[in-house]
Design a protein around this ligand. Structure first.
Ligand SMILES: [Fe+2]
Ligand SMILES: [Fe+2]
Length: 289
């Protein structure tokens, strides 16, 4: 479905998210931790990684403004009224948790990269703008899916560790907000592709750019973060079935960008990125710069 009906559906979705999911207040968290050292040993680096990624939302907004100078009203409503206010609280809450566990505060990377700035110069051409929009939605869908999967495992893990306050007052409320983000990006990408607004050459360019620039959540094209993400994937147990994880994370773009070419369940670059991250983690460990 595309056209006015699906645009309206997206707008309704964004409004509903704003009404039903206010940002999580820091004061709503029960800070009781029974065994901080045990939690830190098992999940400290995962919490640090997630806190950083969530806090980098402010850079993501800047990048978005550079890449999408003609941002649509519904996109603006989503990032300004829903996404940024929610994600920043996720970051603040997780960062406080890791400090409660005796770990140092996270260090978000807030500088917009040169590549983004360079692409921003091109983004003023409307044909390029449409490609940038599609890539923005696909990136959002892929990263939000990774967040949902991570919080699912963390919730069970904290419960198993006998830390119900963390599981129920931190991870569960955060986890509830991520699927709405994922749905926004999925619906928006679907609508853009189905509307036929992108010419075949634009789809071709989008595929090429995606293949060259695909990044797992929070890796920002840096090996240091790639190694850390390999550590997160390993700690959460996704390394035991990487193809399954790649399917979960890459399914939307396999369908929309590659039209499920030859029964493709995920684009090969998703699995490649996962393997590279895990190899880097095995070589360098989590803390390697
Ligand atoms: Fe989040
Ligand atoms: Fe999110």
């Amino acid at each position: 479905m595309s056209g006015p009906d699906s645009s309206q559906r997206i707008l309704d979705h964004v409004r509903r998210l704003g009404e039903e999911h206010p940002p999580i207040a820091l004061a709503s968290v029960d800070r009781e931790v029974h065994a901080p050292r045990r939690v830190a040993e098992r999940y400290g680096h995962v919490i640090d990684y997630l806190a950083r990624v969530e806090l980098e939302v402010d850079r993501n907004v800047l990048e978005l403004l550079v890449l999408l100078p003609d941002v649509s009203e519904v996109d603006r409503m989503f990032y300004a009224d829903v996404w940024q206010p929610q994600e920043i609280q996720h970051g603040l809450i997780l960062d406080r948790l890791q400090q409660d566990l005796g770990r140092p505060a996270t260090e978000p990377h807030l500088e917009v990269s040169f590549t983004i700035k360079a692409m921003g110069a091109l983004a003023h051409f409307s044909a390029i703008q449409d490609i940038a929009r599609l890539l923005y939605y696909l990136t959002g869908a892929s990263t939000e899916r990774q967040a949902v999967l991570a919080y699912n495992v963390l919730h069970d893990g904290m419960t198993e560790l006998g830390e119900p306050a963390i599981a129920e007052t931190i991870i569960a409320p955060i986890r509830r907000q991520e699927p709405g983000h994922f749905a926004f990006y999925r619906m928006s990408a679907t609508e853009l592709v189905r509307s036929g607004a992108l010419r075949p050459w634009q789809m071709y360019l989008a595929r090429m750019l995606r293949e060259k620039s695909y990044n797992l959540v929070g890796t920002n094209g840096r090996d240091e973060y790639r190694a850390q993400m390999g550590g997160v994937v390993t700690a959460l147990g996704f390394d035991t079935d990487l193809e399954r994880y790649a399917r979960e994370v890459g399914r939307i773009e396999a369908q929309l960008l590659w039209a499920g070419a030859q029964g493709m369940e995920f684009p090969p670059y998703v699995l490649r990125a996962l393997r590279e991250s895990i190899d880097l983690y095995r070589e360098r460990g989590f803390a390697a710069a």
